[in-house]
Design a protein around this ligand. Sequence first.
Ligand SMILES: Cc1cc2nc3c(=O)[nH]c(=O)nc-3n(C[C@H](O)[C@H](O)[C@H](O)COP(=O)(O)O)c2cc1C
Length: 275
Amino acid sequence: MKNIIQKDSMKTRKSIRTYTGEKISAIDKEKIINYLNNDENLVGINGNKIKIQFIEIGENISGSIGTYGIIKNAPAFLIVTSKNSRDIMLDCGYVFERFLLYLEQNGLGTCWLGGTFNRKKLNKDIKLSSGEIIPIISPVGYSSKKSSLSNKMIRTFAKSDSRINFDELFFNENFNHNIKDPDIREALEMLRLAPSASNKQPWRVLIDANGDAHFFIKRAPNYSGEKLGYDIQWLDIGISIAHYEIAFGCREFIVNASKIDNVPDSLEYVITAKK
Ligand SMILES: Cc1cc2nc3c(=O)[nH]c(=O)nc-3n(C[C@H](O)[C@H](O)[C@H](O)COP(=O)(O)O)c2cc1C
């Protein structure tokens, strides 16, 4: 059985960039290892199994992981390795976010890192099979109460504490109508809190008359993330789907673009979550 993720973890999670430096306790290490040993936790909605390695600094890796001074005193890292396709990126986002929320509910801090780590060095330290990339890593450890200057700068730069207005993200039956139902609004707030690369929040969701939720991607024009060689915003969509699933308890996803009329040009259909 998949591990249960509590809704509250979506409310309390924030990117943690400064840690106490304390090693991961034996109990927490066991939780991490057990989670990663359960295949059900590693398979995304497209059926791809995502590989996640748990690496302790000074134990199974020599030296540190270069994060350009952005991550301070992290005792360990999680490294995601995968093949490079959109379907797989969506599953990476989904699987890894569920894991990070599980860690959050167990008192461990994390931070998605797609850009600010030394990928070249890590590509040498981690054995990659042919066609594999490292789309994402995350530090893991105990959050320091003190936030470093670089963390504050990144939060300001990425406007990490703000989110796009609810009514610009979520729509009822067509793209001109807002969602009125307070219960649906409350559940979608959980999706709005999801982390995204540079806090771009590329997801848009239309709930139709049957209550099915149609996910679209709104790409940021000229986004620097495009230079990474993989579709980082597709990870964001996987993250938003994980939040949606936890908030609504939905388990069935289908791809059927034909059902929705008058989709704005700036949006691309991704997937539908059945009620
Ligand atoms: C796919 C992805 C990639 C990210 N890459 C980085 C990164 O390279 N460096 C960094 O400091 N933060 C990175 N972040 C964290 C975002 O900046 C952060 O989630 C966003 O600003 C919202 O803040 P919050 O996570 O505290 O809610 C990334 C987040 C995601 C989802």
